[in-house]
Structures are given as structure tokens and as C-alpha cells.
Write a protein that binds this ligand. Structure first.
Ligand code: C2O
Ligand code: CU
Length: 461
């Protein structure tokens, strides 16, 4: 196991590997390793205030775990915080027992307790980890980290790479956090956003780039409610991958849009005069009622163009991947409505088909079964739908595959719209959760379960 502590986000130009704007810790883990992950309080300097936050191994974001596709590791999690916890490994196709959902897949880890997760990595891509107990509060306090699964035969010929964990934090301006229940049930219905934007735990960090040199950025939106829509002063991005690895073929982009929980893998070759700066800016994104009014554009990251001759090397060839469209023949149909209702006491409650999580029924499935889900959002806010443990493919209105094909575990269901997707359950029975990844909404009732049972042929008589 190698740990590299990187004190600063600025790196000399031309550094190869994961260069600028690193998370503060990158930990490379090999097959069979046991890694210790500690949840505990940490005091950080943010602007003028010293703030008590929650961290994994003292770092926000938590260490970026770097593993090889096909390897297996164990992570021993010790809870030194002051509340029960779990760790959910967002996007991994792992065994249900290690999915980190309290009372469904494990008992919550008590204060001073521990739990060992066994992880395997059948798919390359950028994943992430976070708690699943009081998620909105705990993620908001700093508990999130990235997990990079690398294919030893990765076809992307780009030397300069960065992992960027996008998040936000809500500070009250007096050295503390905004209360995780500020605004009561109306705050919950909207989804509370932080008021400071962070890249790898820092406000507006600098990334040094060689003029015109291609860089590979792998981004995850780890914010509890905020959608990110980012642009680099009009310079083009090429999106090559998403949640579950590379796309069928690359697509050009002007802005990267990430709902909470989603990932993007992009190539960008920042152009500019040596010594100049470019700013990656976050633009207000319309995720529903109240989300763009009085909002401003905010600086997220500064790209400093290094002195020296512009890059003249080869532009990497487009990367493609063969992905089979999942057949919908014989698929079971599942219809889900995202709903919101005001209770007699005036409080808002989200639900699936009008029923909040605590009272709803699971969707039943069998290993090997294919399901087509039609998800209709009947509310005035957008909801990023996340399914644990399995990838899906998004379908168009007619039920056909959307190209480029890609494996997703999180997809935005825009306000008052419908999204269709197809999922094939492989042989990992158990209770798998689905929910909105605006974590206030999940806590407010927008969660459900898929019960993937034992196939009939396997029943013991
Ligand atoms: Cu990031 Cu239940 O998930
Ligand atoms: Cu939502």
C-alpha cells in the first residue's frame, strides 16, 4: 500500500501521472490489501473560519482509493465520530452484504465500533464512497471520497490526469455549519445546498497546465443537493466516459453537467498564452422551483497556463468501447412515480407512488431478470435517480437505446418529466436500494428497495 501526501494543489508543468489539483491523499491498493478507514472529526481552516468537520482519515475529501479492475480489497471502517455510520460504495457491483445500507444490508456501525467491507471491482471507472446514515448531514459535514478503478489496459493515451471531487459546504459565517435542518420541511423539499463550492476540499484551487496539452479530468459530484454545470471559458470538452467507465464513443461538450452522484470522464486541452489563467466556472442549473433565481456564476477552479512552449505532441485518438444494448425483449415493466405531498401538519413528504420510504413495498426481481423502469417525476424539483449495485442503460421515449451507450447508476429525472431505463440483474441477491441523490430528498422519503430474490431453480426443497 502506498500513500502519497500531497501538501499543495499546485504542481510544476509537465508533471506526468495525476498532476495538479490532487485530492490531499491518494492511496494505491493492491489485490488482497486491508485498508483502515477511520471516520472522525477534524478541524479545518476554511476562509477565515476554523470549522469542525467530519472526515475519512482526517482528509476532506477522504483518501482517493486507487485500485485495479479485477482486484479485491477489504476496508476496515472504524467509527470515531459521534453518530452511527455506514459506508456505501456508490456504483460498485459488490455483494449486498457490503452495500452499506443501515438495517437493510447491515446494522449501522455504532460509535467506537467497526465493520469490514469486502470490495471487488469488476468494472473500471470512477466511483465514490459516502455514509448512508443521516446522509444529507454527514455528507454535508465532509464525508465523501473517490474510488478510482483502473483498467491495466486502459486505452486513453493522456498523461496528465486529475481526479476532481466537486462538492459544497454550508457555512454560517460564524465558524460553524448551517444547520442540516435549516428551513424545516421546506428546506428539505428544495434540497439544501452549501454556500461554498469546493474542488478536492478547497475553494478555487489552481491547476497548472501546459498550453494546449490534453488533460483527462475525472469528476464526481459529491455535493448533497447541488447540481454542477461547469464551463471553461468556452473551451471544448470531450466526454469519453460516465458513471461506469467509457462511453460507446466520445461526444463534444461545452458544459459538463453533473447531478449529485454522477461522474464524468472528460478530455480538455486548455489553450492560452503562457502565464495567463482560465477559470472553470459553475453556472446556476435549473433543477426546479427556486434553484436559479438570484443565483450567480461562481469560480470553481483556476487553470494556470505554464510558461514555456505550447504542447505540440499528438492529440489522443478517440476512444471507443463496445457496449451491447441491453435487450428489452420479455422485460418486466416497473412504473414509479416520484411524488410530494403536504401533510395535515403542513410538512412536506416525498414518496414513491405517493408512499414514503418507511411504508412502501419493494420492487421484486430475480437474478437474470430484465426490467424496464418508467420513472415519472410529478414534482417541481429534479431528482437524480440512483440504483445501488447494478448498472442500467437509459432508453428514449420509444423504448430504444440512447447513444452513445453507457453504463449508468445515477440519472437525472428532470422536474415534471419521465425517464426510462433498462436494468438486468445479475446473480447478486439481496435488498438493493434506489433513491434520489439529493440527499435531503432521500431522507425526506424518496427512497425504495428492489428485492432481488433467489431464482426459482435455486430454491432448496
Ligand atoms: Cu451514493 Cu444510496 O447512494
Ligand atoms: Cu430529489
Amino acid at each position: 500500500m502506498t500513500t502519497s501526501h500531497v501538501p499543495d494543489s499546485t504542481f510544476p508543468a509537465g508533471t506526468e501521472g495525476l498532476p495538479a489539483c490532487r485530492p490531499s491523499q491518494i492511496v494505491a491498493l493492491a489485490d488482497g490489501d486491508v485498508y483502515e478507514l477511520r471516520i472522525g472529526p477534524v478541524t479545518n481552516q476554511l476562509g477565515d473560519s476554523r470549522v469542525r468537520m467530519l472526515a475519512y482519515n482526517g482528509s476532506i475529501p477522504g483518501p482517493t482509493l486507487r485500485v485495479r479492475q479485477g482486484s479485491e480489497i477489504s476496508v476496515r471502517v472504524r467509527n470515531e465520530g459521534d453518530h452511527e455510520a455506514t459506508v456505501h460504495w456508490h456504483g460498485l457491483r459488490l455483494d449486498n452484504a457490503y452495500d452499506g445500507v443501515p438495517d437493510q444490508t447491515q446494522a449501522p456501525i455504532p460509535v467506537s465500533g467497526e465493520f469490514t467491507y469486502r470490495l471487488r471491482f469488476p468494472d473500471d471507472g470512477l466511483y465514490w464512497y459516502h455514509p448512508h446514515v443521516m446522509s444529507a448531514a454527514q455528507v454535508g459535514f465532509g464525508l465523501y471520497g473517490a474510488l478510482l478503478v483502473e483498467d491495466p489496459a486502459d486505452p486513453v493515451a493522456v498523461a496528465d490526469q486529475a481526479v476532481m471531487v466537486l462538492s459544497d459546504i454550508g457555512l454560517d459565517g460564524k465558524g460553524g455549519f448551517e444547520s442540516p435542518d435549516s428551513g424545516g420541511s421546506t428546506g428539505m423539499a428544495f434540497g439544501r445546498e452549501g454556500n461554498h463550492l469546493l474542488v478536492n476540499g478547497r475553494e478555487n484551487p489552481r491547476l497548472v497546465a501546459r498550453a494546449g496539452a490534453p488533460q483527462r479530468w475525472r469528476l464526481v459530484n459529491a455535493a448533497k443537493s447541488r447540481f454542477f454545470q461547469v464551463e471553461l471559458e468556452g473551451q471544448p470538452f470531450t466526454r469519453i466516459g460516465g458513471d461506469g467507465g467509457l462511453l460507446e464513443y466520445p461526444v463534444p461538450l461545452e458544459a459538463i453537467v453533473l447531478a449529485p452522484g454522477e461522474r464524468a470522464d472528460v478530455i480538455v486541452a486548455p489553450k492560452g498564452a503562457p502565464g495567463s489563467e482560465l477559470v472553470l466556472r459553475a453556472y446556476p442549473f435549473n433543477r426546479g422551483f427556486g434553484s436559479v433565481e438570484y443565483r450567480t456564476v461562481e469560480d470553481l477552479l483556476t487553470v494556470a497556463i505554464a510558461q514555456g512552449a505550447p504542447f505540440t505532441g499528438a492529440i489522443p485518438p478517440p476512444v471507443r468501447r463496445t457496449i451491447d444494448a441491453t435487450s428489452t425483449d420479455g422485460a418486466t415493466r416497473v412504473a414509479i412515480d416520484f411524488t410530494i405531498a403536504q401533510q395535515s401538519n403542513g410538512e412536506f413528504e416525498y414518496g414513491i407512488n405517493g408512499v414514503p420510504f418507511a411504508k412502501n413495498h419493494s420492487v421484486s426481481a430475480k437474478p437474470g431478470e430484465t426490467q424496464v423502469w418508467t420513472i415519472t417525476n410529478k414534482t417541481k424539483w429534479s431528482h437524480p435517480f440512483h440504483l445501488h449495485g447494478f448498472f442500467f442503460q437509459v432508453l428514449d421515449e420509444k423504448g430504444g437505446p440512447v447513444h452513445p451507450l453507457e453504463w449508468k447508476d445515477t440519472v437525472n429525472v428532470p422536474l415534471e418529466q419521465t425517464v426510462r431505463l433498462v436494468v438486468r440483474y445479475d446473480d447478486r441477491p439481496g435488498n438493493w436500494m434506489f433513491h434520489c441523490h439529493v440527499l435531503d430528498h432521500a431522507d425526506g422519503g424518496l427512497m425504495g428497495m428492489v428485492d432481488v430474490g433467489v431464482p426459482h431453480a435455486d430454491h432448496k426443497h
